[in-house]
Write a protein that binds this ligand. Structure first.
Ligand code: SF4
Length: 484
């Protein structure tokens, strides 16, 4: 073990969280709280746009929501009864202030602010066309493409212009937009990323997850449906379905890892799904051991399910230091090489001499898994068995989740036995695809029309991947560098 250990180093990262409220005198402050509850969806930057009846007010900052939006001086500049906000984890475009959302543009007919969770799979192709027609981009984010498409639409009314723009997009998007009269929420036709509708103090709220409704005491009304556009005004709410109907393909990884366990997504408790995954995994891959320990924190519900099903005690084998923030100064390389356990440490008294089952939500590159197995052995574990609460991750995500290039994935070209040998465990098992679907309450995966997006396990992407097909990676990077 020669590097500092951080369990989140080798995880896929969700790109964004969105939140909006319409018609409340404390709109910006409520948005800041909502974004705080969604901090797990993006920690690199946050922004809020409000409308005060006369003008739009915009604050965008790098860093955590609490660091940027807990000051009265910042919130007081975000006057108005309507506001939307965004947490960002950068996968498209660098983390520079010009890429931080919400995006705002003064269009003919009024201002438009956009907060986007997801990723467009034809953004580069669209951007190239727009630039060829004279558009000037201010950021490298794919979300700005949408703003340009709205700006150049030939439709006259803003909602129609937005629909016109959305019909040109491919990929995944859950959007919250704000105009001087409306707050609009939209999910892509397959509903890959989440978006929920709530009510607080007589006002409508839109949020990526229900945990963001809970933080302000808002009532959950329902999920915004796949392909649905909800238009919220002073008169109330209208629902539109502007796209051809399609089988919804919600991201199954939201249940495995991204969403907070206290959220309810598409009618399922995220915590319950994770616990049931652990139960299925135990039925598929039991092992004789002395204790079951989670990889903190997202492996915990699956470990509880696994332990209760095999009848082995659930114990904490790894202890997390909760006081390591992003501001902690990373130790110098010389110290790191000594194996500093900055965030996590083995619970030696529980581990020494024991046969340990470690339950983790996923394996991406495998680098962290190797360190954890070694950490368990260093703490005296007699055997270390790894159980993974998702199938092997064999493909990259193009829908707003930061995963490495395919050939960097541990499962890319390895059998389970080769992966076991690579991470140094005594045994390794992943939940099967059908087991995962059973844990979601389905009888099995419908092979002709799967109920979820599971492309990172199957390679069966539910939308066109125009940019991947038409533009080799190098070309895309050079286009981005050229600002195209
Ligand atoms: Fe989710 Fe994987 Fe589909 Fe990406 S490819 S949307 S992470 S299931």
């Amino acid at each position: 073990m020669n590097e500092a250990l951080n369990m989140n180093d080798d995880k896929p990262h969700e790109e964004c969280g969105v939140f909006g409220i319409f018609g409340h005198s404390d709109a910006a402050e409520l948005v800041a709280l909502g974004l705080h509850a969604l901090q797990h969806r993006g920690q690199e930057a946050a922004g809020i746009v409000s409308f005060d009846g006369r003008k739009f007010n915009l604050e965008r900052r790098l860093g955590l929501v609490g660091d940027s939006f807990s000051h009265e001086s910042v919130i007081s500049r975000l006057r108005g009864q309507a506001a939307i906000g965004h947490n960002r984890y950068a996968t498209t475009g660098d983390t520079v202030l010009r890429n931080v959302q919400p995006f705002f543009a003064d269009l003919s007919g009024g201002g438009l602010a956009v907060a986007h969770n997801g990723n467009l799979t034809n953004a580069t192709a669209l951007r190239r066309r727009l630039v060829a027609n004279g558009a000037i981009f201010q950021s490298t984010s794919d979300t700005e493409v949408l703003v340009h498409l709205v700006a150049t639409s030939r439709e006259t009314r803003l909602v129609q212009r937005l629909v016109d723009a959305l019909r040109q997009l491919e990929g995944a998007y859950s959007l919250v937009t704000l105009t001087n009269k409306k707050m609009i929420g939209v999910r892509d036709p397959l509903g890959v990323r989440p978006l929920v509708l709530g009510e607080f103090d007589g006002c409508h709220v839109l949020a990526s997850e229900t945990c963001a409704l809970d933080i302000i005491g808002a009532k959950f009304i329902r999920d915004v449906a796949a392909g649905e556009m909800v238009v919220i005004t002073e008169e109330g709410i209208e629902s539109h379905f502007p796209f051809p109907k399609a089988q919804s393909r919600f991201c199954v990884f939201e249940y495995i890892y991204f969403s907070r366990p206290d959220s309810i997504a598409e009618g399922r408790s995220v915590y319950e799904c994770r616990r049931r995954i652990g139960e299925e995994l135990a039925r598929e891959a039991p092992v004789k051991a002395d204790l079951v320990a989670p990889i903190p924190d997202s492996g915990t519900p699956a470990a509880i399910g696994y332990a209760s099903t095999v009848g082995i005690p659930f114990e904490l084998g790894i202890i997390r230091n909760h006081y390591v923030g992003r501001t902690f100064i990373e130790p110098a390389q010389r110290i790191r090489q000594l194996g500093v356990k900055l965030k996590h440490n083995a619970n030696r008294g529980n581990i020494a001499g024991k046969r340990v089952v470690l339950v983790d939500d996923s394996i991406v590159r495998g680098t962290t898994s190797m360190k954890i197995v070694q950490m368990m052995r260093d703490a005296g574990a007699k055997e270390v068995h790894m159980r993974i609460a998702c199938p092997p991750t064999t493909h990259s995500c193009f829908y707003g989740v930061d995963t490495p290039e395919r050939d960097k994935l541990l499962a890319f070209d390895r059998t389970v036995e080769q992966m076991r040998a690579a991470i140094g465990a005594d045994s390794l098992a992943f939940i099967s695809m059908d087991g995962l679907y059973r844990a979601m309450g389905c009888s099995a995966r419908d092979k002709t029309s799967p109920q979820f997006c599971d492309a990172c396990f199957t390679g069966e992407y539910p939308t066109r991947l125009t940019d991947q097909v038409e533009l080799p990676k190098e070309r895309q990077l050079s286009l981005l560098a050229e600002g195209m």
